[in-house]
Design a protein around this ligand. Sequence first.
Ligand code: NAD
Ligand code: LMR
Length: 324
Amino acid sequence: MSTTPLKVAVTGAAGQIGYSLLFRLAAGALGDRPIELRLLEIEPALPSLEGVVMELDDCAFPLLAGVEIGADPAAIFSGVSVAMLVGAMPRKEGMDRADLLSANGKIFTGQGKALNDNAADDVKVLVTGNPANTNALIAMSNAPDIPNERFNALTRLDHNRAKTQLAKKLGVPVTEISQLAIWGNHDDSMYPDLFNTMVGGKSAAEQVDQAWITDEYIPTVATRGGAIIKARGASSAASAANATIDHMHDWLNGTSDWVSMSVPSDGSYGVTEGIVSSFPCTVTDGQYEIVQGIELNDFSKERIAASVARLEGERDQVKQLGLI
Ligand code: NAD
Ligand code: LMR
């Protein structure tokens, strides 16, 4: 076990995702090594964040080597190897995630610059705050000295949702499912591909019918965030924190199956280069790779192209706003 604390920044730490995320991080969810938490909030939320830190203290977590809080990104990001960018406004019922671009996008210019100038050389940045893919593009574009591939966005929540919905349909445990992948944007155009997924060693698509995939499965996965907002009156929090941990855990420690990661496209599968889009990925030695050689049928190609078009639209919007 490494004894050097892993320096992990979390933004929006006093928010609802933060309240689930911090305790699991401090308990060792990223791996069995000491962790130092660097928590960024806006000034008015710092008193509330102090209360959360009191609760962290009260857990006496053996792996928690220190906690620092503040409202200055340069100080909080200093020397961090992991940055979880959660802090941003969540959408309300009736909104699309892209409606948040003008409100949230500018957060990620300043944070991209602050990471560029202050983070450790090996920093890995994961954006959860919505619209996550394009916010990651903004942060990446404002951090020219950090390699682009260190900027990811979260589609692991969609991946986990897609897994459970398929497991429930087929009456199998989630552990039976492999090679599942979300493609595209974390919005309602996302595409969960079942044509390459295996369940109990057999093709998933051959165990369900196309009408279920088109009319039930894809819409359920793609609109799950909205369904949770409707049911809870607030957007997903514990499951989002869980997915944020799953993504970073696997990026740091490696994978044994495909995972869905939104990463800067290298043009694989015709996805426009440079946009941050979800792909099936594997991770070895802290480096992810987009899985190559996957056969995509015409249905899949069409769905992926539609989601990529949404990402291109968001990219053009933030260009116009002068954020990239
Ligand atoms: P929340 O409103 O409970 O918390 C957000 C926190 O961010 C607040 O405490 C706020 O003060 C803070 N914040 C705002 N601007 C900041 C800044 N510039 N720097 C630091 N902190 C800042 O929201 P939440 O429920 O925790 O959700 C956070 C974000 O995550 C939202 O944008 C939400 O839509 C998104 N989200 C993404 C996914 C995903 O799968 N990608 C899932 C769930 C939620
Ligand atoms: C989710 O998918 O639950 C989050 O992105 C929150 C939202 O706005 O749907």
